[in-house]
Design a protein around this ligand. Sequence first.
Ligand SMILES: Cc1ncc(COP(=O)(O)O)c(C=O)c1O
Length: 402
Amino acid sequence: MERDNELRERAAQVIPGGMYGHMSVLRRMPPEYPQYFERADGCRLWDVDGNEYIDYMCSYGPMIAGYGNPRIRAAADAQRARLDIANAPAAVIVDLAERLVQQVTHAEWAMFAKNGNDATTICVMCARARADNPVILVANGAYHGAQPWANYMSKGTPNDEHQYFHPYQFNDVTSLNEAASKVRGRLAGIIVSAFRHDAGHHQELTDPGFARRVREICDEEQAALILDDVRAGLRLSLDASWSAIGVHPDLSAWGKGLANGEPLAAVLGNELYRDAMTKIFVTGSFWYQAAPMAAAIETLDVLRELNGPRLMGHLGQQLRDGLYEQAQRHGHGIIQSGPPQMPTLMFEDDPKAEKGMAFCGLAIKEGVFLHPWHNMFLSTAHTEEDIGQTLEATDRAFRQLG
Ligand SMILES: Cc1ncc(COP(=O)(O)O)c(C=O)c1O
């Protein structure tokens, strides 16, 4: 870790805290984790000291079809060579909007931004613009970005920043009903995650009865059902993630995997919200960049051709089955939760994730990049051989865990 340490020392002088946000390994990860990477290819990463890893974080989601996927990179590069950013967008913005409207059941229009937090914020504004009401119901502990309205974790956000955001418990119809009844007549929308993927918790798939009740309340109150598909989008389904349970949102927020790592977010909406969208002013200097949009079209093609969600589900299940068998054999109680495309691995009786940290620290030394308390991500670049190699490494890690 010579080069990594040297960079950490330099960063400590010029980057507050040495690193910030979810990429600060110092604050969040076992000590064995590298802070800096040098190269990425397919599902593999190399740190600045030359160590190679099979990656199960996929940049925390954006990488969905492989780092440096040649087709997607070529599409982005070709667009970049013609035009990326100018005084007005390139034609590809219309192509991508059409493509998403065709692919996603609830979508009748699309607009684009950069980060997931742009997309969730636009959804909130659009919902309020139509309802002419301020209140949004947000699930306790759900992450919708680091922007002040959604940020419950850090200083710098006064309490009254959240005065119009009222909590409910995900998957709990009673708490949802109670929260909604308290704000009757003032509700603009209910924001939901694709499933409960809060970091540090076992993941919970969405209860269809809960999803249907969210839809009903939104219909009764003429409020927006906002689906935050930033993290799960395109991994569970090529449609919006709740389409499998037959519940369609009014507005959905997308980002992360949409352009396989090129910076792009999208808001999709139905006809009811088209006019409201024209009434809010939202924009950004980089929101019209054409190369990420070309990358997105190619990403959607690649995922469709490979049946990405099914492939990632198959690979994730192979990983999950292997980890379960190994944990049993080595006498460790593990709890695996969430959909197989976005698996979470935690240990029983391990409230501070100490055992999880120790295991992931051993796995990283064996060349596998896992996460001790956050959901992980599969990609279409992983192969059965990669999973096999991963399981050989985790077997050694379980053995060393004692
Ligand atoms: C569910 C969800 N919503 C919104 C965001 C914010 O996205 P971004 O980090 O691109 O702003 C994230 C990021 O992790 C997320 O997981």
